[in-house]
Design a protein around this ligand. Structure first.
Ligand SMILES: Nc1ncnc2c1ncn2[C@@H]1O[C@H](COP(=O)(O)OP(=O)(O)OP(=O)(O)O)[C@@H](O)[C@H]1O
Ligand SMILES: [Mg+2]
Length: 397
């Protein structure tokens, strides 16, 4: 027995952790260099550089799908600019409008970079938006501040709250002199421009820059560098890195997804006491990410949309609009929630289709017209499990 225990302990001692620096694969890590983004890095730097001699940079819009390096490149350039711009009247502000979640908080976050919120000049709530904007402008003008404001995930702000703030910012020219305010907007929604007032659009997009999706080859190089910093040597083999790049890249070209996949695969390997990441670890990590993605998508849906999704899941081989509407109406009664019209239901089905949770395709029934063929694209078990956590669904699940 004692020999057996010795053996267990010996193996435990030998099983060293696979990670040397887990942070190198964390979402917020800014790597020391950003391969394949030299043109974009150079262009952002060139656009913002005039601020170093006190001149107003052009406004700039950065576009590109998720995980294409927009935030990373911008932060990289901002960090470098900060070390050059050691002058208190030069202000480099960064606000993520999705995290700020609201016009007021976006402005309040911005104001912190202007040292305005000290002395309670911008309380956390209570002022009218126009008043907050006025105070910000006043601060910039009287202190002759030269300001670059980065608004990351700007599409979120515009979609939910409109473009009033952007209108005020882009029309502020003379009100701020001798100070100024230049805006860098970042969006992963290419349609976001359609929601803007044409005057806002023309001044926001004095310069535009597109971030293309990464190719599988590029993702492989990016992963190789990040893996080198994160793992002990020989933990992430070339084959493992290739597979992660191929699985994350073939569809999306998304570096965040590739990096997440490698990190989670590493955690799986570590838990299983393996010395390196093998194919099974990566497959397992990918399945876990898919479950998490679906889980997250379902969780954030409004209750009506959840109800429709749940009704769809009651039909194993798919269904049509009429049948679904009946099931949905019955469910609403059981849950004690309002029943939307069939027309609204069709609209929401379209949203669920875009999210990849449901397939709602129009099929022709010959002379009898057309109907929608509706099918659940995710696992029924995952859906039921996630919905059962919502108190509104207790009566259903
Ligand atoms: N060229 C690169 N080299 C190394 N790492 C990169 C590169 N591009 C992106 N990354 C990493 O990939 C992840 C996602 O990048 P980033 O956050 O910049 O994407 P994004 O374009 O801002 O996406 P979103 O639109 O979803 O905000 C980050 O961890 C970032 O460090
Ligand atoms: Mg980003």
């Amino acid at each position: 027995m004692s020999r057996e225990i010795d053996e267990i302990f010996r193996r435990a001692k030998e099983g060293r952790p696979l990670f040397v620096n887990r942070d190198a694969l964390s979402p917020d890590f800014v790597p020391p260099r950003l391969p394949f983004r030299d043109p974009q890095t150079r262009a952002v730097a060139q656009t913002l550089a005039p601020i170093l001699r006190g001149a107003k940079p052009s406004n700039l819009l950065l576009y590109g799908k998720t995980g294409t390096g927009k935030t990373a490149v911008t932060n990289y350039v901002l960090e470098r600019l900060k070390t050059e711009a050691n002058n208190p009247s030069l202000v480099l502000a960064y606000v993520n409008t999705r995290l700020a979640d609201g016009e007021y908080r976006t402005l309040a976050d911005f104001a912190r970079f202007l040292d305005l919120s000290k002395g309670k000049q911008i309380p956390l709530t209570g002022l009218a938006i126009g008043e907050v904007v006025d105070r910000i402008f006043e601060n910039i003008r009287t202190n002759k501040k030269k300001v670059v404001l980065v608004l990351d995930e700007i599409d979120y702000l515009v979609k939910l709250f409109g473009d009033d703030i952007l209108y005020a910012f882009t029309r502020s020219g003379n009100k701020l002199a001798p100070g100024f305010l230049a805006i860098v907007g970042i969006s992963n929604d290419l349609k976001f421009k359609e929601g803007l007032d044409p005057r806002v659009l023309s001044s926001m997009s004095e310069e535009e820059l597109v971030f293309p999706p990464y190719t599988v080859d590029e993702l492989r190089e990016i992963l190789k560098e990040r893996a080198g910093a994160a793992f002990r040597p020989s933990v992430a083999s070339a084959a493992a890195i290739n597979l992660c790049a191929a699985m994350a890249g073939s569809e999306h070209g998304d570096a965040r997804r590739a990096i997440d996949l490698l990190r989670i695969a590493g955690e799986v390997a570590e838990r299983e006491g393996l010395g390196e990441i093998d194919e099974a670890c990566i497959k397992q990590a990918s399945a876990k990410m898919e479950v998490d993605r679906v889980d997250e998508a379902i969780r954030s849906l409004p209750v009506q949309t959840k109800a429709i999704l749940y009704a769809v899941s009651r039909f194993d081989g798919g269904t049509n609009t009429g049948e679904l509407y009946l099931a949905y109406s019955t469910l609403c009664k059981r849950l004690g929630i309002e029943t939307l019209t069939q027309r609204r239901l069709s609209g929401i089905l379209g949203d669920l289709d875009l999210l990849g949770l449901v397939e709602a395709s129009v099929v022709s029934k010959g002379r009898r017209g057309r109907t929608k063929k509706i099918q659940l694209l995710i696992s029924k078990d995952t859906l039921t499990k996630t919905l059962s956590e919502d108190v509104a669904f207790e009566a259903a699940t």
